[in-house]
Design a protein around this ligand. Structure first.
Ligand SMILES: *Cc1c(COP(=O)(O)O)cnc(C)c1O
Length: 475
């Protein structure tokens, strides 16, 4: 019994239809709403008991087209401004198809897919000015990448015995900015070090970690007999896109012998643009960097990455001498250390292929220009806000994230309602956040498809929903 098709001819014809449909979808994305709520009927109609009997590929595809495709998350659409999400590309989509066809498991063994991952790692080293013995790994996303970096820093601080004895009774303390992503605190939790050992350093007026307060916190912890071991700077905060003074943090970390990590989930790939790279100065001094190819890099989900300057320390954190994975110099089991020796995953998909295709087909210069363009569009949005007296800019714009709001009485409630109006309209989909305790509309321009016309549509729709909301709330 095999799961291959009985009739390859029919399967091929149906497969070509599926490919054409997805290419049509990508080509005509702009004609669709950004997002639409899932009708209760569609949710209900999708429920089914475990399918015991076989169905046809054509029927499953028809269900996909009817029930799944129209109610996606919206991030591929040029009018999507929510959170920080990449748009994907047709090239990435095709590479995913090839990777799925190959069905490679990149945990280890001697295979060209691992050579592809190592090639991408080499490009990452080059991009960040890391040495040839820096190690790196594809992971799900920056959340996992940040946690891996924290674990390496923990092993360096406490020595290899921590792997057997755990962190029980530790005196470790870590530092990040108040604007850091929640996954830093989560990593403290998951690694058993605990949130309480994370100092959230307040931000300065530009929403960057306040360097003087960082130094003061470290001095106080040392005086109290604690062991500062990890500082996570952020390159592109989620709320406003601020970049910490990475060079200053590197200096402090070096003086105290503390691990300097950069959460560059979306911002680190700004290094691809000669225009943006100077804002990231100091990132080349990091002990480790976490970032996502699936955000500014536009690689389809998921494609997170962690790079560690000292590959030996990285290996010492994860490598396990499990007998059944005995290392060989020849045959299929050659080529150690394997990717599974650098992280918690054993089985791993071929995320490297879609990333290799993206870099190879578009080229790093063009990707850098695309990234710089999203920042230029953010500046354009700022200009448009300035031209509309009913709108107000709520935070400085360092990169590609613009926080603003509609001026009116009860602005928190009205702007939250405007965000939902916008999302449900299908015209433009920003998200919301809070800045200095005030609720604001937040537009993150990440998608390579977004143009000035999409920014105009966002402004226009915000002004008209705002006017409708304010009039109705006053009447
Ligand atoms: C998106 C983001 C993360 C989380 O990354 P995932 O890929 O979603 O795990 C962490 N930090 C920052 C600054 C981010 O923007």
């Amino acid at each position: 019994m095999t799961l291959d098709p009985d009739n390859w001819q029919d399967f091929r014809a149906q497969s070509h239809r599926m490919l054409d449909d997805m290419l049509d979808y990508q080509q005509h994305l702009r004609e669709r709403p950004v997002w639409q709520p899932i009708p209760a009927s569609a949710r209900e109609a999708f429920k089914a008991a475990l399918p015991h009997a076989p169905g046809t590929l054509a029927d499953a595809h028809a269900t996909f087209l009817q029930s799944i495709l129209p109610y996606g998350p919206g991030n591929s659409h040029p009018g999507f401004f929510g959170w920080v999400q990449g748009g994907g590309t047709p090239v990435g989509m095709m590479a995913e198809l090839l990777a799925a066809g190959l069905n490679a498991n990149l945990g280890g063994r001697d295979q060209m897919p691992i050579v592809v991952e190592q090639q991408v790692l080499q490009w990452v080293r080059e991009l960040f000015g890391f040495p040839a013995d820096a190690s790196g790994l594809f992971v799900t996303g920056a959340s996992m990448a940040n946690m891996i970096a924290l674990l390496v820093a923990r092993t360096r601080a406490l020595g290899a015995p921590v792997r057997e004895r755990g962190v029980h009774g530790h005196r470790l303390v870590a530092y990040t900015s108040a604007g850091a992503h929640g996954c830093i605190a989560q990593a403290m939790d998951l690694t058993g070090i605990g949130f309480d050992a994370l100092r959230r350093i307040p931000e300065n007026a530009n929403f960057e970690m306040d360097i003087a307060l960082l130094e003061r916190a470290i001095d106080a912890d040392i005086a109290a007999g604690l062991q500062p071991f990890f500082i996570a700077g952020t390159a592109g905060t989620v709320d406003v896109g601020a970049v910490d003074d990475l060079a200053a943090i590197a200096g402090i970390a070096a003086r105290h012998g503390i691990w300097f990590h950069v959460d560059g989930a979306y911002g680190a790939l700004g290094m691809l643009s000669p225009e943006i790279a100077p804002q990231l100065a100091g990132i080349e001094l990091a002990d480790s960097i976490a970032f996502d190819f699936h955000k500014w890099g536009q690689v389809p989900y998921d494609a997170g990455f962690v790079i560690v300057r000292d590959g030996r320390q990285h290996l010492d954190t994860f490598a396990s001498p499990a007998a059944y994975l005995r290392r060989e110099t020849r045959g299929m089991a050659a080529g150690s250390p394997w990717p599974c020796d650098f992280g918690p995953d054993l089985s791993r998909g071929f995320r490297a292929l879609k990333t290799w295709f993206t870099l190879t087909v578009y080229g790093s210069d063009q990707l850098g220009r695309m990234i710089a363009d999203t920042c230029a569009l953010a500046r354009y949005l700022v200009q448009q806000i300035a031209l509309h007296p009913v709108l107000e800019l709520m935070a400085p714009v360092a990169l590609n994230i613009v926080c603003f709001r509609y001026r009116c009485a009860d602005p928190d409630r009205i702007n939250a309602a405007i965000a939902v109006d916008l999302q449900e309209s299908g015209i433009a989909a920003p998200s919301i956040t809070t800045v200095h305790g005030q609720l604001v509309l937040r537009a993150a321009i990440v998608n390579h498809r977004t143009t000035a016309a999409d920014v105009d549509a966002l402004i226009h729709a915000t002004v008209s929903f705002g006017a409708a909301r304010c009039t109705s709330s006053e009447s």
